[in-house]
Design a protein around this ligand. Sequence first.
Ligand SMILES: [Zn+2]
Length: 117
Amino acid sequence: MHELPITQGILSVVVEAAQQANARQVLAIDIVIGELTSIVDDSVQFYFDILSQGTVAEGAALHFHREPATASCQDCGHTFAVSPPLFVECPQCQSTLIRVTGGNEFCVQSIEVDNES
Ligand SMILES: [Zn+2]
């Protein structure tokens, strides 16, 4: 259920960017979501459709890009892709000193606006 505050965050970022660009309408929004986040695309879209009503971003298409999760081994430095449920050891040296280095991203990558009046 944490998609609501997340979606509010997206909307405020997008509306602010659109105002700075003197945009008439926001057409599309590219959003990057790490594979390890539990954010559900459909929920974000659902909240966005409600929250964006009456704003410059109303009707914008949301494009979600999933970033694969990555981890690096603290012993041998090997970096590798992981997917939930999380591994317990390095595939190269079997060390268990693993640090997750990617997959928790969440950001607005870019927005597409219409400036035509
Ligand atoms: Zn290793």
